[in-house]
Design a protein around this ligand. Sequence first.
Ligand code: GLY
Length: 387
Amino acid sequence: MFDFKQAIAQDKAFADSVWEKLDKKLQVMAVRSREKLPYTTENGEHINSYLRGICSWTNGFWPGMMWLLYYGTKNETYRTTAERSEELLDEGLKEYEGLHHDVGFMWQLSAVADYKITGNKASRIRALHAANLLMARYNIRGGFIRAWNDWDEKCEQRGWTIIDCMMNLSLLYWASEEVNDPRYKYVAMAHADKAMEHHIRPDGSVRHIVSFNPENGEFIEALGGQGYDANSSWSRGQAWALYGYAISYMKTGKTAYLDTAKRVAHYFISCVSNDYMPRSDFRAPKEPVIYDSSAGAIAACGLLELARLVPANEGAFYYDAAVKLLKVIDENWCNYTLEEDSILQMCTSSWTQEGLAHRWAHKPLIFGEYYFVEAIYKLKGFDLLFE
Ligand code: GLY
């Protein structure tokens, strides 16, 4: 196996200096934004995501970031904020109606992290509830997990899957281990198999949305999602697939998942190899140039895991690409000033012809920030939460 410890020892100065900057700023933000579930900022101030709805898919990233910092520093400020966010999130479990497949992101990063770090039994129950909600979205005829609910009477999304769901499977793998019941793992694997067949193209690029017939499970079509179009390559979707299949391999040992993670990684690396600044879509027209730093941060996390999963002589390729992505982010796209609430800048929600005029282009977005912190946490050699 690749000697990860030796590799991170060589990058210790980089990891330490970034971690120190993150800690300095996040200590301040943890107090200032304690009553919020941040999504982005306006005039340098966190907007409370709670206002976009407690069931918003991004609401677990803030507590998740707080738990990473708490585990790495043992500073109680982080724990207090993480615990408060988890209480706020309870409203989502009660509300139920707005919940979707992203209960994985929401409670894996908050409640599972809390339970693993502190042993909090209430968090274990929260996470098991969320895992059961995710299981209930499984379409047994189609062999997939339904992504979203219908947004209004006109839309029909009962048979839709999105590549992002690969990250939600972590909650099912955790639940299987936690209650010693393989049902959760096999649902996760059925979904991963289906997505491998229909979302991953032979060249390693990824489709964002696929529509199936919810009655008989037959493939209908691929749809354009947050990328340029149905045939393009939304970079954050690439990153979700890369990291998601690495996790599925780690949890199941199924070689096809490792091969898929590698194939997607090769494609991702080939698309960024000029400057390691991911565009929001790797197959969009040259103009407008829209970056997405969150794709870089998520891919870096996946590449660091992949480096540990492949045979020894393959690891450096993935590890080096991860460090390059992280160095570019640190040097170009981070705001470490204490007065403003976000660190990672230049995230993009969706590719759009409007380019930078679009309200969610080149913005701080909490999930990008979370994965940047997670990647640095891994580079620091902290393992708990990702074993
Ligand atoms: N899961 C939605 C996104 O990545 O924007």
